[in-house]
Ligand binder design. Structure first.
Ligand code: DGL
Length: 285
């Protein structure tokens, strides 16, 4: 049995396209509808109640378009709202935190994992709990890096200023302060994390800088590939796989269509014709 209906992919904005990219790679026969709530992004600095409300409204929109499953590509939304979303809808809902946590727990050798994310994601301790579930022996060091999302949104992905900013933001995870308050790099090997989980949709776009700052011996892990694999398994288990060769893709945004398309084209390196706008009044009902 096959099911040609699309997969719904939701994010607060464009960052979830990093997850969509992996989904297209892993399950190329699947149709997708991506919804980015750009008009109300960022979510990561909002109170939990608002994140819940916006997430429900966004996924209502996807469900009305008859998706067969939903991937919540937004870490903040997954961290705060996944339970509510699963109670609300009958269809399978997949978040990014469990898959990412599993990858991180498998990537560490010294059982010390660093997690970076938005303030809301870190405040929820969702990654801490998920990694501990996977392997209770792993020490999890969570750290909010609120400067990264605005940097990516502004198109700043590399260069000396970005590197300086990333270095400063990661210092509490990677280094220690001297008596004058300056950070000393690197920490003694015995105290270092050896895996750093990028717990936010936007951070894979800073991956090269983050890897350079983290240096040798720290595996950089993100949720995108693991989530796409979990989706493939979910579709197979539920007999929801699409027939071959008929995939279509649509991207919807509550924000500026031209801006969305331009970022998407930079990320995918190809034309992104199927972007349409959605009035925020149609979502926030
Ligand atoms: N999509 C969000 C996340 O993965 C990052 C952007 C935001 O704060 O809305 O946490």
């Amino acid at each position: 049995m096959t099911d040609p209906r699309p997969i719904g992919v939701f994010d607060s904005g464009v960052g979830g396209l990093t997850v969509l990219r992996e989904i297209l790679r892993r399950t190329p026969d699947e149709s997708t509808i991506y919804f980015g709530d750009n008009a109300r992004a960022p979510y990561g600095t909002r109170p939990d109640e608002e994140v819940r409300t916006f997430s429900v409204q966004s996924i209502d929109l996807l469900v009305e378009r008859d998706v067969k499953a939903v991937v919540v590509a937004c870490n903040t939304s997954t961290a705060i709202a996944l339970g509510d979303l699963r109670r609300r809808y009958d269809l399978p809902i997949l978040g990014v935190i469990r898959p990412g946590a599993t990858s991180a727990a498998l990537a560490t050798r010294n059982r010390r994992v660093g997690v970076i994310g938005t303030p809301a994601t870190i405040r929820s301790h969702a990654y801490f709990t998920a990694i501990k579930d996977e392997n209770p022996a792993v020490e999890v060091y969570e750290h909010a890096t609120p400067t990264f999302v605005p940097m990516v949104e502004a198109g700043l992905l590399s260069g000396p200023e970005v590197e300086a900013s990333v270095r400063e933001a990661l210092a509490p995870l990677l280094g220690e302060r001297n008596a004058s308050g300056e950070f000393i790099f690197p920490m003694p090997a015995s105290a270092r994390i050896d895996a750093l989980l990028l717990g936010c949709t936007h951070y894979p776009l800073l991956r090269e800088v983050i890897a350079a700052v983290a240096g040798e011996g720290i595996a950089i892990v993100d949720s995108a590939a693991a989530t796409a694999s979990a989706l493939a398994e979910l579709l197979s288990i539920n007999a929801l796989e699409a027939p071959a060769g008929a995939a279509t893709h649509l991207q919807l945004t509550t924000g500026d269509v031209a801006a969305f398309r331009s970022i998407a084209e930079r990320m995918f390196g190809e034309a992104f014709p199927d972007v349409a706008g959605v009035e925020i009044a149609a979502v926030a009902r």
